[in-house]
Design a protein around this ligand. Structure first.
Ligand SMILES: [Zn+2]
Ligand SMILES: [Zn+2]
Length: 96
């Protein structure tokens, strides 16, 4: 499996290694764009945001939830599996 070393997050400056997934796919928690890097600096450069800064993580998880669980019920029911799944989701992201 390929690893991209020492990529830097443009938002927080944190350095990280990116472990690519099968078929050299960048894991969903990172935001990466070649085009954006070029647009911002005028040079060919990689633009990375780490998993904490990307904000994409939440969006992707919402997508995942909708595909795997379905959209939220209108009212919360303690004994509904779907409601409990969404409650876990809220808990995961409640910091922001
Ligand atoms: Zn970051
Ligand atoms: Zn429900």
């Amino acid at each position: 499996m390929k690893i991209l070393k020492d990529r830097m997050c443009v938002v927080c400056g944190r350095k990280f290694d990116v472990k690519l997934e099968k078929g050299n796919v960048i894991p969903i928690q990172y935001f990466f764009s070649k085009e954006l890097g070029k647009a911002l600096t005028g040079k060919k450069t990689e633009y990375w945001e780490c998993e904490y800064c990307s904000g994409y993580m939440k969006e992707r998880v919402i997508e995942w939830m909708n595909i795997n669980w379905g959209s939220r019920c209108p009212d919360f029911e303690e004994n509904c599996a779907l409601c409990r799944a969404w409650k876990c989701f809220d808990y995961l992201f409640e910091i922001d």
